[in-house]
Design a protein around this ligand. Structure first.
Ligand code: ADE
Ligand code: ZN
Length: 350
């Protein structure tokens, strides 16, 4: 959802600079990178039929969602449902590669949600092999690093989430660094998943949670207190709670803000101007900018930054600070974060 605007010459220059800067992205879903082309190809290859989807254009129209629950229906029941073999996941790496190159993203932490795939009969061990090999190939040929956070999911209950965690633990991979909690925030309150997260932390995994995307500030508090989430996906309902904003500023818990995604699901902001991101940044909260599901929301990382600039939410300097936040909010070792930031700094105009 790029805000179509004629760019001033200064803005054009900044867009060029954004392209030149090596960047990180820490909140996006591998399945949300699937192009319409990929899903259409899989639907045909796998002989799948969906009600009211007779051509590629019908499929494209399905992506026009206006709330999180409709989005999850599309994500789980159409996109994920189109994969019937583990090797189908390889298509996603072609889409991911194109996206990273187009945006000059050199390091990303991506979610992958296995539940639906397992229900469809895919084998987790084989899935891990595909994820690991896909990441290795992108590293080898393009020098781009991808790490995965397995989304154990709020949508399918606690036992399922624990099962997903146990699968992660039984199938260690250099490509998998932790777990996340996505899916229905209304249907799966954080508190219920405390045991899953406790075990993950004990086993040395990194832990993050979508929170405050579709439910009020209590959901964010619960993700901090019960899940010990190291980063918060979205976190935008914090705008309703002064104490929480002060806490997030004090603790510097990174917020993985996904502005365009939030405008699609329409819960706490319907325009960029009313999005809480500016307030968060002004209060010195640790704000990062991400796309969530680039294909579904028709946006890429460069466009996210450009929209924030052209809508006068942030200055160029603010955006560079947010890019820096995105480097330091990763789960990389400090030395690697410093190295990435130094490379970015060297490309900034003097
Ligand atoms: N899965 C993919 N994108 C998601 C989102 N924005 N919220 C919850 N679950 C998701
Ligand atoms: Zn997400």
């Amino acid at each position: 959802m790029e805000v179509k605007k004629v760019l001033t010459s200064e803005q054009k220059e900044f867009k060029k600079l954004l392209l030149k800067l090596p960047k990180t992205e820490i909140h996006l879903h591998l399945e949300g990178l699937a192009s319409v082309e990929t899903i259409w190809t899989l639907m045909k290859k796998n002989n799948l039929q969906y009600k009211n989807i007779n051509n590629k254009n019908d499929l494209k129209k399905k992506f026009q969602i206006t709330c999180l629950e409709d989005f999850l229906d599309l994500f789980i029941n159409i996109i994920q449902n189109s994969f019937i073999k583990e090797t189908d996941i390889e298509y996603l790496f072609d889409d991911a590669k194109a996206y990273f190159i187009e945006n000059n993203i050199i390091y990303s932490e991506l979610f992958f949600a296995p539940t639906k795939f397992i229900q469809l009969g895919l084998d987790f061990k084989k899935i891990v092999k595909i994820l690991t090999q896909g990441a290795e190939k992108i590293k080898k040929y393009h020098n781009i690093d991808m790490k995965f956070l397995i989304d154990v999911s709020r949508s399918f209950g606690v036992d399922n989430a624990m099962k997903n965690l146990d699968l992660v633990l039984a199938n260690p991979s250099s490509a998998i660094i932790g777990i996340g909690l996505g899916g229905s925030e209304q249907g799966g309150p954080a508190k219920a998943f405390a045991k899953v997260f406790e075990k993950a932390i004990l086993k040395g995994l990194r832990v993050v949670a979508h929170a405050g995307e579709d439910v009020g500030p209590q959901s964010i508090w619960d993700s901090i207190n019960y899940l010990k989430a190291e980063r918060l996906g979205h976190g935008i309902s914090a705008i309703q709670d002064e104490k929480l904003m002060a806490y997030l500023t004090e603790k510097q818990i990174p917020l993985e803000v996904c502005p365009t995604s939030n405008l699609f699901t329409r819960k706490y902001a319907k325009t960029l101007k009313e999005h809480p991101i500016k307030v968060f940044f002004t209060r010195n909260m640790d704000v990062t900018v991400n796309t969530d599901d680039p294909t579904i929301f028709s946006v890429n990382l460069i466009e996210e930054y450009m929209n924030l600039l052209t809508e006068n939410i942030f200055t160029e300097k603010d955006i560079i600070q947010i890019i820096k936040n995105g480097v330091y909010a990763t789960f990389l070792p400090e030395s690697r974060k410093n190295e990435i930031w130094k490379n970015i700094e060297a490309k900034l105009p003097k």
